[in-house]
Design a protein around this ligand. Structure first.
Ligand code: FE2
Length: 418
């Protein structure tokens, strides 16, 4: 007896439709047609069935604050940091938790069941971090949340920051973060990367560094991250986020760097919605795209995932939490318009995201947690093109959300025979 059978789903696993049987929160059968009793049935009607979306990069501590205390007029990363610095002086645990859970619900109902959030640990009382650690516990029955200890103002930006970062790890942050391009000097930036690797190994944590999120073609901390990963054999557990300067490096240096990156096996997260708007604000024309080399990294066999980064915060006043919006933007901005490339962009918000989060329990496999979504579309290409609705979200074997896909009724005059 199954608890739930999802019937007639199109998947990437088989050319024909599949049924997925679920018991006790786990996928226990995947077959062409399951003949068994079940408490509940969900008919996918030959639409796409997928493991859930993975949000591999978001800042839940700052979501839903756009315009407070003021709007970002220049549109730059640096004005965003200034506004956030003012806002965060008055954070409370309840306020951060309320906003974070609201954003997680918004994402979960759109099929996101794994999330990596960054938590600013540059303020003395660590309220943002503690709030997100609390949220991780509150939501654990329906969404998997990882928290990165992120020193937004730099590890060496003020005397207490290094200690605060370590305290965040003591309190249970899943990953160590950093922002080397924002440290006061290049030397501080290099030192910060080395410190991040020391702390990650000491506390046995993952690494996710905001790396080279700037248009400066001389911002070259990615090579430091990759070299540290090679030397400590930590590549699978290391992520370089943003790396937008890589889009501005000359090709001779990029070629040399790519060899090192392949050796390092580190993960990459690109945030195309945000960086297409934040970057190149000092350019006149021609104006750069400000995005890392997503297509080339993917072609080189490196793991690349895509994140939303911000939803209505000082860096980006827009955002829906929908990862198909992110994948669609990547298709356009990274010029990944070939069929294989469009499919790869879908992978970047699903399976590649799970790899970034270092999850081994992800995917439509017998024995895995029953985290499954049903979408109103026939293929990843169709889903991204139409930014389809996620019509059903199953989390830990239970229906978490259902959405009715929009339907249009034509009320105009009949079309004459052609
Ligand atoms: Fe970020």
């Amino acid at each position: 007896m199954f608890d739930l059978i999802i019937r007639n789903g199109r998947t990437s696993i088989a050319p024909h439709s599949l049924d997925i049987g679920i018991q006790n929160g786990l996928i226990t059968a995947i077959e062409h047609h399951i003949v068994a009793e079940t408490h509940q049935t969900l008919d996918a009607q030959n639409q796409w069935v997928s493991p859930p979306f993975v949000e591999s990069h978001i800042h839940l501590d700052s979501v839903l604050t756009a315009g407070k205390p003021r709007w970002n007029q220049s549109g730059t990363l640096f004005e965003g940091i200034e506004i956030w610095r003012d806002y965060k002086q008055n954070l409370t645990l309840e306020e951060v938790k309320t906003r974070a859970i609201e954003a997680l619900k918004l994402q979960a109902q759109q099929g996101v069941l794994y999330v990596r959030t960054h938590a600013d640990v540059s303020e003395k009382n660590l309220i943002a971090l503690q709030a997100l650690l609390d949220v991780r516990e509150i939501v654990k029955d329906w969404i998997t949340l990882q928290v990165v200890a992120f020193p937004q103002d730099g590890i060496y930006g003020s005397p207490d920051n290094e200690k605060l970062l370590e305290e965040a790890l003591d309190r249970g942050a899943d990953a160590v973060g950093g922002i080397p391009h924002y440290e006061m000097t290049r030397e501080d930036g290099v030192k910060s990367v080395h410190r991040i690797f020391e702390l990650a190994q000491k506390y046995d944590r993952l690494i996710d560094i905001h790396c080279d999120e700037i248009d400066d073609d001389q911002s070259r901390f990615l090579e430091v991250v990759a070299a540290c990963a090679v030397r400590s054999d930590y590549g699978d557990r290391t992520t370089a986020s943003h790396t937008t300067a890589f889009g501005s490096y000359n090709n001779a240096y990029a070629l040399k760097l790519m060899g090192l990156l392949k050796r390092s096996r580190i993960n990459f997260v690109s945030n195309p919605l945000i960086n297409i708007t934040l970057q190149a604000r000092t350019d006149s024309y021609p104006k750069r795209r400000g995005i890392t080399r997503v297509k080339e990294l993917w072609q080189a066999g490196l793991n690349v995932s895509l994140g939303h980064d911000c939803i209505q915060d000082p860096w980006y006043s827009l955002g829906t939490g929908n990862l198909l919006d992110v994948a669609s933007m990547a298709v356009h901005v990274c010029q990944m318009t070939g069929m294989d490339e469009i499919s790869a962009c879908y992978d970047m918000v699903t399976v590649h995201g799970a790899k970034t989060l270092n999850r081994s329990d992800y995917g439509l496999k017998v024995g895995h947690p029953a985290n499954v979504i049903v979408l109103d579309g026939e293929s990843p290409y169709d889903l991204i093109r139409r930014r389809s609705s996620v019509v059903a979200v199953v989390s830990r074997g239970r229906l978490l959300a259902q959405t009715t896909a929009p339907q249009v009724q034509w009320l105009g005059p009949p079309i004459a025979q052609i």
